[in-house]
Design a protein around this ligand. Sequence first.
Ligand SMILES: [Zn+2]
Length: 149
Amino acid sequence: MTDEFFMQQAMREARKAFDDGEVPIGAVVVANNQVIGRGYNQVEKLNDCTAHAEMIALTAAFNYLGSKYLMDATLFVTLEPCLMCAGALYWSKIGRIVYAAADEKNSYRRSTGGHNPFHPKTKLETGPCTEESLQLIKTFFLQRRNGSM
Ligand SMILES: [Zn+2]
């Protein structure tokens, strides 16, 4: 299984958010080549500004493994994490994070002035599906601006 395959799974989650009228961001947590948690942005549906895709996928993964740490897991997420999610990822000690597209507006980098808030053992990579993710987000905001959502 490739990074591309798992990022496509995260994109599938992002499309669920899109269909629900949520900012289209999706995430999956993978361990041993298997998806053990998935999530998509549900801030509007749950009226909860912490209901980011990463948080939901992490909680699902903790439940699946019965563990509060994810040292051997990888998070695939379609957009660069925000500072809150970076904090949650820090505490999870997740082994690796792959994100598809950079977020110039709300990323952790913006909040920390470039400081790396992740666990020192966490590998951070930018991954496949960059254009696909950006395109979906762009389409979402265009449609919303045009009042068609
Ligand atoms: Zn977040």
